[in-house]
Design a protein around this ligand. Sequence first.
Ligand code: PMV
Length: 308
Amino acid sequence: MSKASAPGKIILFGEHAVVYGQPALAVPVTQVQAEVRIDRIFSAGIRVNAPNIQLNEKLDSLAASHPLAATVRNTLDALRVDSLSGVAILIRSSIPVASGLGSGAAVAVATIRALATHLERTLTDEQVSALALETEKLYHGTPSGIDNTVVTYAKPVYFVKGQPIKILRVKYPFTIVIGDTGIPASTKDSVRDVRVQHHKRPERFETLFAAIGSIANTARQLIEGGMPESLGPLMDENHAMLRSMKVSSPELDHLVAAAREGGALGAKMSGGGRGGNMIALSQVSKAGAVARALREAGATNTIITKVE
Ligand code: PMV
């Protein structure tokens, strides 16, 4: 039996602009995990069992473009394994899907690592991340690569598309409260809508992307310089920019406002938007109150996570 797990993730700053080459910051969320276990079984072929999505099928019966099937096939190709038979792959995840918590990337990373372990082979983090990016393309179309990167390395990252990963050096830990609107939303759709708007008004969008990139750079300096409590206003500014790009939603705006009223130092939507999760920066002592305020305002789930 072989096992691997991977954490969820949340984007702190820079979503959408990161697709256009600007920097973004993202951190792992270890309170939620994807877990993959591989067992030998007495029947031919590869059985894939993912109870969360009511899937229990032979790999061969899944379409080549199915993200789970593609992850397994791409990994076997990368390991130069022609055929694998007599195994069951069990995929379980506590990461909500389509909510900006990196569920697709975490399932891919855990599957890739469990397969490599099962086959007694080693893949570098770089290889794991590159393979998970191929799966992300099936979910998102044109992913920047931030999700697979932060989930693979399971460390806070400063990410620029196409550039080698930089781990963020968090000088003093800080607390983030994550609130879920409970509304699943397609990142592929919101990324496409931003592309359409960018096409219509390139100058306005280039200016917005650059302003978001500059927020991400300032945030990095504050985090590495030991002033995380000053990130609040940057979150507020970043949220206003995402709103003007029309990727927020009334529910996200409502939770963002509730977090601020509940004592957060700043708040913003996170990820693709239109639904999914938002984040709020909070003093440790106020995190419980902020989470309560979010639930009272309609959040279907809250997670308090320490960034370190
Ligand atoms: O919705 P999420 O958390 O998977 O994040 C998407 C982040 C975007 O910047 C909107 C897209 C991307 O590929 O980076």
